[in-house]
Design a protein around this ligand. Structure first.
Ligand SMILES: NC(=O)c1ccc[n+]([C@@H]2O[C@H](COP(=O)([O-])OP(=O)(O)OC[C@H]3O[C@@H](n4cnc5c(N)ncnc54)[C@H](O)[C@@H]3O)[C@@H](O)[C@H]2O)c1
Ligand SMILES: O=P(O)(O)OC[C@H](O)CO
Length: 333
């Protein structure tokens, strides 16, 4: 049995812990709050995040990260992208020296513009060939209900990705292998911003043509940015690209889409922030993705407009005009 530490007992950390337990691993789940760890240990429930899922008995929880990391053969990180660096400052000295470190995060760090694998290498002192990124159309409540889904397990090391894929394969969760860490991370982070835009459009009463247009043009700007950063264009047609974009933009379970929907339906930014209890990564990553794109001179008009709404007070209604009145261009340029 592989022994795994999952650091982060929120929505996805808990659902991923359940995947790995169902795959035959023993899992130690670190929850920031003692009451969450206590509830998991006494009732096998994490009612604040995944109320309907009874967790396997091979998951035990702790609020001590030292305890969680003790003896771990794989470490899975599932915290908000913007707190990862400070989390790693606490964890760095306790991380195992030879185990794969898995990133489940879908965001770009504000200020540095770094992808999560870069933050893990830098702030966690982890060699690139131990870092593994898992991404795909994986809405946590559906996975927790054991509905079939697939994901890509991307890493530069064949050994690391094979180990993580093996430890995450169940009858309902199918890992595919990948080598494109950059593309997988750019796709995962940017789809959250496109989902904010789709949510806004939906909140304003727009229908499926608008959604499909935003999704398609959103994929175009994501792939453009990825290519400029060295990603494999094929990645954007895969699970981390189109797959996750479709799931997130279409689903009312998505926190990013819901955040956008609330803005589009007339709530103020402050009201939407106050009503959002879980991590909607795109809200902060729109800013860092925009900076990243400017740094490599890539045009990302949807990301730019979402950032204008979320950070500069532009009304969602004004985004339609801003996007529809742009200079005419070739679709594939
Ligand atoms: N929920 C999903 O369906 C899903 C699926 C795939 C990927 N992801 C990605 O996984 C990552 C984690 O998302 P999630 O859904 O588990 O989020 P969440 O908001 O449900 O949980 C985040 C967890 O991080 C913990 N945490 C640790 N340090 C923290 C700090 N300093 N500040 C705030 N919280 C801190 C929180 O206590 C909480 O347990 C995100 O990058 C997200 O994009 C989520
Ligand atoms: O709820 P969201 O918007 O963070 O999306 C969750 C997952 O990333 C979907 O794959």
């Amino acid at each position: 049995m592989t022994h795994v530490a999952v650091l982060g007992g929120g929505n996805w950390g808990t659902a991923y812990a359940a995947i790995m337990a169902d795959a035959g691993c023993t899992v130690r789940l670190w929850a920031r709050r003692q009451e969450v760890a206590d509830e998991i240990n006494s009732t096998h429930l994490n009612s604040g995040y995944l109320a309907d899922r009874v967790l396997p008995e091979t998951i035990t929880a702790t609020s001590s990260y030292a305890d969680a990391l003790d003896g771990a053969e794989i470490v899975v990180l599932a915290v908000p992208s913007q707190t990862l660096r400070s989390n790693l400052a606490d964890w760095r000295d306790l991380l195992p020296k030879d185990a794969p470190i898995v990133s489940l995060m879908k965001g770009i760090e504000l200020g540095t513009g770094e992808r999560m694998s870069q933050v893990i290498a830098e702030a966690g002192g982890v060699e690139q060939d131990r870092i593994v990124v898992v991404s795909g159309p994986n809405l946590a409540p559906e996975i927790a209900a054991r509905q079939p889904a697939a994901a890509v397990v991307a890493a530069v090391s064949a050994r690391a990705r094979a180990k993580v894929a093996e430890a995450s394969a169940t009858a309902y969760f199918r890992p595919y292998l990948g080598t494109d860490v950059v593309g997988t991370e750019i796709a995962g982070a940017t789809k959250n911003v496109i989902a904010l835009a789709v949510g806004m459009a939906s909140g304003m009463g727009m229908g499926d043509n608008t959604m499909a247009s935003l999704l398609t043009r959103g994929l175009a700007e994501t792939a453009r940015l990825g290519a400029a950063l060295g990603a494999d264009p094929q990645t954007f047609l895969g699970l981390a690209g189109v797959g996750d974009l479709v799931a997130t933009c279409a689903s009312p379970l998505s926190r990013n889409r819901t955040f956008g929907y609330r803005l589009g339906s007339g709530m103020s930014l402050e009201e939407v922030i106050a009503s959002t209890k879980q991590t909607a990564e795109g809200v902060k990553s729109c800013e860092s993705i925009l900076q990243l794109a400017r740094g490599v001179d890539v045009d990302v008009p949807i990301v730019e407009n979402v950032a204008a709404v979320v950070h500069d007070g532009r009304a969602p209604q004004d985004v339609t005009d801003a996007l529809m009145s742009r200079a005419r261009k070739h679709e594939t340029s």
